[in-house]
Design a protein around this ligand. Sequence first.
Ligand code: ATP
Ligand code: MG
Length: 421
Amino acid sequence: MKLQSIKGMNDITPVNSGAWKIAENLLIKILDGYGYQQIRLPIMEKTAVFERSIGDVTDIVQKEMYTFEDRNGDSLTLRPEGTAGCVRAILQHGLLNQQNRKFWYIGPMFRHERPQKGRYRQFHQIGVEVFDLEGPDIDSELIMMTAKMWEVLELTDLRLEINTLGTVENRKKYSRELFNYFSSHREKLDADSINRLERNPMRILDSKNPALRELIDEAPRLDQCLDADSQRHFDKLCEILSKANIAFSVNPHLVRGLDYYSNTVFEWVTDRLGAQGTVCAGGRYDGLVELLGGKPTCAVGFAMGLERLIELCAQRLNRENRDAPDIYIISTREDHVAEVMLYAESIRNVAPDWRVICHCGGGSIKSQLRKADRSEAALAIIFGEQEFTDGTVTIKPLRNQAKQFTIEQSKSIAALKSFIR
Ligand code: ATP
Ligand code: MG
């Protein structure tokens, strides 16, 4: 039987890897441009890092983590998200003391979910975390930066939804109100929501069960429990976004899956991906740093799912991905391999941007030329019997009617420059 990859963990083959590379490069350029610094984190952490931060009532900790014991009996977990590990690293290395406290990361995340379109067991995120800035200015910067990302990816159909969760106290009050409301409709709840009712009734609002839609729509709203500071923070954020011409809608039921959020939350959503329509989600998590053992430090961040995002623009990016070689080098004499390989290196040295393929594996000139042509290379460079004797090469344009010509090896590279880009 042929070996298969693990269900929900996908290979990204050259069919799509070009689109991934372009998208990642565009996004990273923006992060760099806004002055954010990359942090590279391990793919595994001690399980406690996630249990303590993500909270044991979330789907992630309750049923989605890949947790196992290593050979020493330590409990380790493949990271289901990037924030917890990032905060752990920031504290471990004292990075809260440095001037720049804006970070980004990229990489695979692991969740044991039911695989379906847009929902995988290994998926990729780009995430951002910013520490120790408490105003709505930084919240709006993150949202404006993501809007810029959609612009460079030419995605025009993403909607922004925002909400505020207020402070921990606001939420406690709201939680009680929700508890009363949902308890009085207990018979309409599904098993999942009954479980959430006892532990964290706000998470019922996050339910994806369409049967609960109406009940959730009529639930009390958090804005009635907001204190004045939280309200001001939110109003200011809305004002900045409006001035920046970023359209948004306030969704009072947007609560996010994780427990450590406070004040601003936001999601970018599309209708083009069916049920898995959220491509980017973020918000404030002012309580988390303290929870993981640091001094009380506010924080805000987001994470975007690259599979969902790239699905939206893969076709166009694949068309843009130019991976045809510029030069395809072929030769007739196997006893002169070294000369050919060194010639190829000399081209790469003077023109590092060119794509230079050395035909390996021999064969007749005819079959090598056929391969050169199929590679869609602009030029073939041919080392034939005569060329080896004379110290020349023959340059054969493959994409137009221009005539082939033979030229001294030492002069050939300058001649190539007039052909390529
Ligand atoms: P969902 O409500 O879709 O389960 P979530 O609230 O669990 O999402 P976050 O933890 O906020 O998601 O992750 C941020 C983003 O990462 C999501 O908006 C989505 O784009 C992406 N993402 C999350 N889980 C998956 C997954 N299993 N497969 C693919 N992408 C995912
Ligand atoms: Mg989820």
